[in-house]
Ligand binder design. Structure first.
Ligand code: HEC
Length: 511
């Protein structure tokens, strides 16, 4: 078999397995699902709905059922009138009177359900609140919708089984990230085992599926596809697959899969929750510090980036700093670096940082250098003494953040998993990712859905990890920490001297 044919067969196998594992819906139920989620009919006919007390007619695609009742049908508490849970068990099968929003009514039948959806009356004849649209449906569309509503409660998101909740990650077994991957795996295994020993979450054991993203983007894409389609994981946790950067956000959004963990600098998506601050927040913390404490002609500052992949972030920072009064700040590639700058924000890796300091030394200059610790820490011991107190680094957390309990928990983890203090930052960030995921899963209850997980993550505030400043997200906020500690480096040594404690960076609106 040639290579293409083999890939074709593999793709077919993948599709076949994923269909076998997903809920089998009949064509009518599928059509009903489309109507429920997207407001679209299976025929060419446009479905419409009357909304509000004034009965305004709009396409149903503007107000699909899922937009209020949730793709999972569990209802959402928004505003005063709550869209009820639409599980067929609750609507039709269970015994006795139902209650919702002060109405009391007997079980629904197919006919009274159609009346509720089309005319806005419940089985007792009570009018539904006008927040519930009245839909104009053909008989076929109504039949399909009813058929789907009867299956809705079983149409769970992938990875949610009776006894097990499946999580996925991508960790390379070879190459430069393999050692980091082993650390991440050790922390995840340890935390998951601890949760499972306490009985899991809402009666489900957590199961982690780990795949190797392989050497390049194509292999990483394939591994991600396998996790989502064949392995049917519910959410992703702490993957190490930088090759996915160009497509990750779009893939997650399309599949609506939440990811908890650090991702490369530029990948932002509402599906991605990063426990720690991004490079942007770290550099802005440094800028806040410099603005308040270093005597700078801010016209003579640069943002230096080591390779083209960082240009976009560098340009964004350039704009943001200009709005904060850093007139004349300029983003430049490392190699075009004009050495007369007084302060340089650095974006790159440890080797690039070394190259930058060497370039500057040759020009006999030691400007302030400001960088995220994760990007340069490896190079610091080699810095000449002339750089003493000229280098300022952002740290998401410092040992001063560690409570006795946090330290003890981390020590216990290291002992059980044979880890030492190396890759401490990665240990802590993975620990935090797992804690945030666990907390959010506990909040959403037994009816787990990806949508609910995203909402629950958004609702986490002031999460105490014992190892970091308190973490939290919010609607639209996807970084667990909105700033960093600032540390300066004294030579000889290096001696790391805290100069500003963590606080969220001041957000300045950029037009
Ligand atoms: C704009 C928001 C919104 C949309 C869109 C919407 N609903 Fe509702 N729905 C509500 C609200 C709010 C209620 C509660 C009304 C009340 O209790 O008086 C409700 C009530 C209901 C009820 C009554 C449940 C009960 O327990 O009595 C059913 C059934 C229902 N919706 C089905 C649907 C279906 C099916 C669709 C899509 C075709 C849909 N809804 C679209 C907001 C919405």
């Amino acid at each position: 078999m040639n290579r293409l044919a083999r890939i074709g067969t593999l793709a077919m196998l993948l599709v076949a397995t994923s269909l076998a594992q997903a809920l089998d819906l009949s064509p009518a139920e599928q059509a009903g699902k489309r109507l429920y989620r997207e407001g679209l009919s299976s025929s060419d006919a446009q479905v419409s709905a009357r909304v509000g007390a004034a009965d305004m007619l709009v396409p149903a695609s503007v107000v699909p059922c899922a937009s209020c009742h949730g793709a999972d049908g569990l209802g959402r508490a928004e505003g005063g009138v709550r869209p009820p849970n639409l599980s067929w068990q609750r609507l039709a099968l269970g015994q006795g009177q139902r209650q919702a929003n002060g109405r009391s009514y007997p079980a629904y039948s197919d006919a009274s359900l159609a009346r509720a959806i089309q005319q806005g009356r419940d089985p007792a004849g009570n009018p539904l609140d006008p927040a519930m649209p009245r839909f104009v449906l053909s008989m076929a569309d109504q039949r399909n919708l009813t058929a789907y509503l009867k299956r809705l409660a079983d149409d769970r998101d992938p990875g949610v089984q009776d006894q097990v909740l499946r999580l996925g990650t991508l960790l390379p077994t070879q190459g430069p990230l393999a050692a980091s991957a082993r650390v991440v795996a050790a922390v995840l295994d340890d935390r998951i085992e601890a949760l499972n020993q306490q009985g899991g979450i809402h009666g489900r054991q957590l199961q982690l599926i780990t795949l190797d993203p392989g050497p390049d983007q194509a292999s990483a894409e394939q591994a991600l596809t396998r996790l989502l389609e064949q392995e049917q994981v519910f959410a992703l946790i702490a993957p190490l697959a930088p090759a996915l950067e160009p497509t990750l956000a779009a893939r997650l959004e399309q599949a609506r899969v939440p990811l908890i963990g650090a991702t490369p600098a530029l990948t932002t998506s509402l599906q991605i929750f990063d426990p720690l601050p991004g490079l942007r927040e770290q550099l802005l913390s440094l800028a806040d510090y410099a603005q308040a404490n270093l005597v700078l002609q801010r016209a003579d500052t640069r943002i230096v980036y080591a390779d083209a992949s960082q240009e976009e972030l560098a340009r964004r920072l350039e704009q943001e700093l200009q709005h904060r009064g850093w007139n004349g700040i300029q983003a430049r590639p490392l190699d075009e670096q004009a050495s007369n700058a007084q302060a340089i924000f650095f974006l790159g890796q440890a080797d690039d940082f070394k190259r930058l300091t060497e370039l500057l030394q040759r020009a006999e200059r030691t400007p302030y250098l400001l960088a995220a610790s994760s990007q340069v820490a490896g190079q610091l011991p080699q810095l000449p003494d002339a750089w003493s107190r000229r280098v300022f680094l952002a740290y998401p957390f410092v040992p001063g953040d560690w409570t006795p309990a946090g330290r003890q928990a981390l020590d216990g983890l290291r002992q059980r998993q044979g880890l030492d203090g190396r890759q401490g930052a990665l240990q802590v960030s993975t620990w935090c990712a797992m804690q945030l995921l666990g907390d959010a899963l506990k909040r959403i209850g037994r009816d787990a859905s990806r949508e609910k997980l995203v909402l629950a993550l958004e609702s986490l505030h002031d999460v105490q990890t014992g190892l970091t400043p308190p973490l939290g997200f919010g609607p639209g906020r996807r970084q667990g920490l909105a700033g960093a500690h600032v540390i300066t480096v004294e030579m000889p040594g290096p001696v790391f001297r805290p100069v500003a404690a963590y606080r969220p960076v001041t957000e300045v609106n950029t037009p």
